[in-house]
Design a protein around this ligand. Structure first.
Ligand code: ZN
Length: 202
């Protein structure tokens, strides 16, 4: 399986990192080795002093597809979830300055938190609220209605480049409020007030 991630999909997050608003979705991949095993703590990697959480709505692909039209994209997923795209912001900043790829900052071991998945029919995908709590305080409070590109548009876009396969997961971008994690932080993600994951940082 592969993980396809979308960057810069919420305007306020683009502003907080002083990025340019893209003409097309920003896309990058994480390998399957980036998945943090369930119930494991997240260990801050030794190569970064500034690892950030980014809470994101996830979509699990249910069948093979390529060149999927937006109007048919809803047939390619039944489940949505919530996760974290951990990002070594200091390394990403260096990569950005030099125009280099982001994998060392975004695709390292444990950088993909994948929480519980839910039947999408239980939710209004156009108006889905999700939150990240750090040590019981809300640090990210998002809603999919603020997405620049909706889930179906993202599926259509990425499937022009990558054949989607059953089990692939799309990280749909993070809202504002990203920040640094520290040892002993507890991160809890909620989607419409359901707890989708809890991660301890070590
Ligand atoms: Zn992200």
């Amino acid at each position: 399986m592969k993980i396809i991630c979308i960057g810069r999909n919420y305007a306020k997050h683009i502003e907080e990192l002083a990025n340019e608003r893209p003409e097309n979705p920003v896309v990058f991949l994480k390998p399957d080795s980036s998945i943090l095993p369930r119930k494991n703590p997240f260990f801050i990697p030794p190569f970064s002093n500034d690892v950030h959480y980014e809470v994101e709505v996830l979509v699990k692909i249910n069948k093979v597809g390529k060149h999927i039209a937006t109007r048919f994209a809803h047939k390619y997923y039944d489940e949505i979830g919530l996760g974290i795209d951990f990002t070594a912001r200091d390394i990403q900043q260096k990569c950005k300055e030099k125009g280099l790829p982001w994998e060392k900052a975004k695709a390292f071991d444990g950088s993909a938190v994948i929480g519980d998945f839910y039947d999408k029919s239980n939710f209004d995908l156009e108006n889905l609220s999700f939150k990240l709590f750090k040590n019981d305080k809300v640090v990210q409070d998002g809603n999919t209605k603020a997405m620049l590109w909706k889930v179906d548009e993202l599926i259509s876009y990425v499937s022009q480049y990558f054949t989607l396969k059953k089990g692939d997961i799309i990280f749909t971008g993070t809202p504002a409020g990203v920040g640094k994690v520290s040892e002993n932080d507890i991160l809890i993600g909620e989607i419409n007030n359901c707890k989708a994951f809890e991660i301890k940082v070590k």
